[in-house]
Write a protein that binds this ligand. Sequence first.
Ligand SMILES: [Zn+2]
Length: 359
Amino acid sequence: MASFNHNVFRKTILIFFLIVIFLAGMLVVNHFNARATEKGLPDKQSDQESNLSPIKPSIGFTDDINQERKLMAEYRRMVFKWSFDEAEAAKKAEEAKKAEEKAKKAAEEAKKTAAQHEKKTETPAEPVKKQETKPAAEPAKKENQTAHKPPAPASSKNPKRTVYLTFDDGPEKFSGDIISLLDHYGAKATFFMLEGNMKKYPNAVKLMVSDGQSVGLHGVSHDKKKFYASAQSVVGEMDEDRITLNKIAGIDTNLIRTPYGSYPGMTPEYKQAVLEKGYRMWDWNIDSMDWYYKDQRYVDSVIAQLAKKSNEKGPIVIILHERKETLLYLPKLLDYLSSQNYEMKPLNSAMKPVQFKGK
Ligand SMILES: [Zn+2]
């Protein structure tokens, strides 16, 4: 009997505990629900309101918000790394300055002693001089953004060369970022712009002009069939683009780039028509393929092509596009170019344009 009672007692206790645990669970759930409502998670009323005025996230570049977030996160990382590099470079520059001063002193002393020790002179001064130029040149590559000076030659090994960066299809809402990056490297580029985008982002156009960037025309439709329909359509689109540019930025240009380049769309007749209108038609000789790679491979591609062009004469013209991914890896390209002693200059009307040879 005793054991029977004991068993019943144990079962009752067990059931009691289960009920307590269940109740405690309910309490916890209720508590979190209440907190969630406090934090503004939708109750029925606000659901109705949000149906009346749905709040959509603002998406600029792509409809895929996850992709957009990823891009922006990566961009911020780049910018962070960039400013970090900058601090590092400033440190190096200071060290180099000290080294330079030291070298100068050493050189002066060497001269003095050399003068004292008769006229077997020039040999001691020379090795010191070599030291003097080397450390000064390298870290100067990255200077303060405010300084606005073109970066000093990175290495005396590479002769000074020039490249012409061109950006098509803009302006875009991030044109300002491209421009400030160019400024940082003391670089200038040429922007071949579409009429509709200029109307959309007139301030970007004004910024380019006031910053001393070169501006050119890229037409209106960017549609092969429409643009290359006739000599009139070609000239007409460029004229329209030109007028809009003038209205927005008060500047005139005769630099043009036809959509997808002049080959094969531009017939001899069309070429004659733009020439008669005074337009200077520019193609390119380095295709970054940035629109295709959409990542840093476009930078590698440019670098590889540059290597092949080292002995060629005539201007080196690189085609890029005003795309977010292009901007993302632009620091890498600009780093490389300035480290290799390339000057980045804007195209102008006096130059003989690079044009595809009708293959
Ligand atoms: Zn284009």
